[in-house]
Design a binder for this molecule. Structure first.
Ligand SMILES: [Zn+2]
Length: 536
């Protein structure tokens, strides 16, 4: 009995009970839920702005709108923080594709980023040419001039039995809250950040990313040398008019610009593949007004601050990637995260909340190509993951909160293997339990910008969000639009993010950290993701 009493008293002394400032939480809820502007931010970043592919005019337009808005709200030190080289920019301003023979039909699809355009409409006969390895070049040399290629057979679509959209049920969250089975790799069986493994090459065999890229450049040069008119392919997933596609080539200035490469909805691709397989002549017409920007190979992140009072040199960061893919308006990936991060800044500024530490927002570029913008930022400000040489700012970062899991409301936080934070985040999350934020998990999650911070031993976090239709419909597709982002979800997320950021900035102590990770040697030529590896 005496021991138990001693432990309770000692525990309370050693780890004073973390508390949320309920008066501030009340104010934040008021502003976030009764005077919300979050859907206006989303509207401007999507319906007005369109896609925000890195280094495209769409990215610049969005960045300037963000700058203007932050200035209007009185947020200071708004800046475009340059990094690079990223590579050439790309965009398209007109596109259509049609089946002409054996009968007319409009086709649903869009061009893969960084692939070539046409000078007006082009017609061509479709040919099945599965050029998979360099040895195939000889077989096809001299046979492809003016042809439109398909390279894989019909891909049958399955019957949809599961609902496209869903919210986490309590059982899902309970499972998520369980630690993963200990595995002989990382600590506590936790897989270190989302390391990229080998990829399947065009012949289906595992290839390093470097090898995939090298072969792709040779293949594109072969198509150019052979005068191929264009290439049609099925989106890498998706049905019913929803096409998931990304980049068809590298943004590297040295990479050959391939002929137009167009991803079609699977049903339209399959019709063409069946016709060709049955040797029925097929003719298509397409028109792609594509534009490349080779002048500025650097790009930039957008940063801004609300200065802290007592310890302004200590910083809490909040962020999301501003760049998107180009099939639609990048609403759930990731204008939703940007809108919520901006709204959190607006709320904190509007309430004129006093905090010891500075709050800094960062909206990243180059995330979709491989977390480039956040990696460059971490290297510039905090240190080098390849040798763990740290910079003075490393010790001054309280935490980085990332939002990049679609438009769903926050259901909890991934602790990224840091048990010491559980009682702290529990206290901060408690006032939002009745809004559905209930779950903390020791698990890691990866594939987005908080990983750039964690890789250098900086506390970076991503939230558990309801999946809604993120993976089924919107993530990197031509249906990634405003309609799939529920207003109440973003309002809830804005309140929680603003509160977490506030409490991190107002807390007396720095948050407890895990030990520094081991240096991660740069893998040659591995910067960025190839088209085949979607990031978050
Ligand atoms: Zn994303």
């Amino acid at each position: 009995m005496r021991t138990a009493l001693f432990l309770i008293v000692f525990g309370a002394l050693a780890y004073p009970q973390e508390k949320a400032n309920l008066f501030v939480v009340h104010q934040i809820k008021q502003e976030a839920l009764e005077n919300s502007k979050v859907m206006d931010h989303l509207f401007w970043l999507t319906d007005v702005n369109g896609h925000r592919l890195t280094n495209s005019p769409g990215y610049d337009k969005a960045a300037n709108w963000v700058k203007k808005s932050l200035n209007e709200w009185g947020v200071t030190d708004v800046a475009f923080e340059k990094w690079g080289p990223f590579g050439r920019g790309w965009t398209y301003s007109n596109f259509s594709v049609h089946l002409i023979e054996p009968s007319y039909s409009p086709l649903i699809g869009y061009p893969n980023a960084w692939t070539g355009g046409t000078q007006g409409p082009v017609q061509g006969e479709v040919t099945m040419a599965p050029v998979r390895v360099e040895a195939d070049f000889e077989k096809w040399r001299g046979k492809l001039k003016g042809k439109v290629l398909i390279m894989e057979p019909e891909r049958p679509i399955g019957l949809h039995t599961i609902a496209r959209g869903r919210r986490y049920a309590d059982s899902d969250l309970a499972a998520e809250a369980m630690a993963p089975e200990p595995a002989p790799t990382g600590v506590f069986g936790l897989q270190p950040g989302s390391a990229r493994q080998a990829q399947l090459g065009p012949d289906g065999r595992p290839m390093s990313i470097v090898a995939v890229r090298a072969f792709r450049a040779k293949l594109h040069q072969f198509f150019l040398d052979e005068g191929v008119a264009g290439v049609l392919m099925p989106g890498y997933r998706g049905e019913a008019g929803t096409v998931f596609a990304g980049s068809g080539s590298s943004q590297d200035l040295k990479a050959p610009i391939p002929p137009p490469m167009i991803s079609l909805t699977i049903e339209h691709y399959n019709r063409i593949a069946r016709l060709v397989a049955k040797k029925v002549p097929v003719k298509v017409q397409f028109d792609v007004k594509a534009e490349f920007f080779d002048k500025g190979v650097d790009t930039y992140n957008v940063v801004a601050e609300i200065k802290g009072s007592k310890r302004p040199e200590e910083v809490v960061m909040v962020g999301a990637h501003l760049d998107s893919w180009h099939g639609a308006t990048g609403a759930t990936d990731n204008a939703a995260g940007c809108a919520v991060a901006l709204e959190a800044m607006r709320i904190i500024k509007a309430l004129n909340l006093k905090m010891d530490r500075t709050i800094r927002i960062a909206l990243w570029s180059g995330e979709e190509q491989g977390l480039y913008g956040s990696k460059a930022y971490v290297k510039e400000h905090f240190g080098d993951v390849t040798n763990m040489q740290l910079k003075p700012e490393h010790a001054k970062l309280q935490a980085y909160f990332n939002l990049d899991n679609g438009g769903g409301k926050i259901r909890g936080v991934y602790l990224q293997g840091n048990d010491m934070l559980r009682p702290i985040f529990e206290a901060w999350m408690a006032p939002f339990k009745d809004y559905g934020a209930t779950t903390l998990t020791i698990r890691n999650t990866g594939s987005t910008d908080h990983v750039s911070f964690n890789s250098l031993g900086l506390p970076g976090f991503q939230f558990i969000q309801d999946p809604l239709e993120y993976f089924a419909t919107t993530h990197h597709s031509n249906m990634d639009v405003y309609d799939y982002v529920p207003k109440s979800d973003l309002m809830q997320a804005s309140a929680i993010l603003a509160s977490f950021v506030y409490h991190a900035a107002a807390r007396d102590e720095m948050l407890p950290r895990k030990p520094l990770p081991k240096p991660q040697p740069e893998r040659r030529g591995e910067g960025g993701a190839s088209a085949a590896t979607p990031t978050n």
